[in-house]
Design a protein around this ligand. Structure first.
Ligand code: SF4
Ligand code: SF4
Length: 163
């Protein structure tokens, strides 16, 4: 057997031993697999951005003033806002206008958070809810009633209390 062939076999044997060492190292460690969806990780990362919420003031007035800045900055064109004027008989927000209609297409959204950053009143926030799925496209277009509903997250975090 030539010296070159011996060196080749030694190299292969060494590589195999290295691989086996990795296998054995992990063999006796506890598994890190989470049996999702039956089990969920207790918390997402602190800067995680998930589902949107439209927040209200403590007195339930809407924070959104229908300025459409979120619409302008959104790189995915995922937001639709139809603004209307507040009147003394129908005061919805603390500004001159409010969002008569507000929709976010969660299928288009890339969860960049630019809308949240641009919003001058802190109305729009991205929460921690990541289970976004639906059977139809229409169900993934979140309407104003859906966006203003109470936060149901398991963590108990309510973005409306934090802005
Ligand atoms: S998170 Fe980004 S992509 Fe999604 S709606 Fe806001 S600005 Fe648009
Ligand atoms: S959510 Fe904020 S940025 Fe968007 S229309 Fe309302 S006030 Fe303006």
């Amino acid at each position: 057997m030539g010296a070159r062939r011996v060196r080749k076999y030694l190299r292969q044997g060494f590589a195999m031993l290295k691989g086996m060492a990795v296998t054995f190292r992990y063999l006796f460690r506890p598994p890190i697999t989470v049996m999702y969806p039956e089990q969920k990780r207790p918390a997402v990362q602190p800067r995680f951005k998930g589902r949107h919420w439209l927040t209200l003031y403590e007195d339930t007035m809407e924070r959104c003033v229908g300025c459409e800045l979120c619409v302008i900055v959104c790189p995915s064109q995922a937001i639709y806002v139809k603004a209307a004027e507040n009147t003394p008989e129908h005061q919805v927000s603390k500004g001159e206008r409010y969002a008569e209609d507000f929709q976010i297409n969660e299928l288009r959204c890339i969860f960049c958070g630019l809308c949240e950053e641009a919003c001058p009143t802190g109305a729009i926030v991205l929460g921690r809810e990541y289970e976004l799925a639906g059977y139809t496209r229409e169900s993934m277009i979140y309407t104003k009633p859906m966006l203003t509903e109470p936060y149901p997250g398991a963590s108990g975090r309510d973005p409306r209390r934090e802005v």
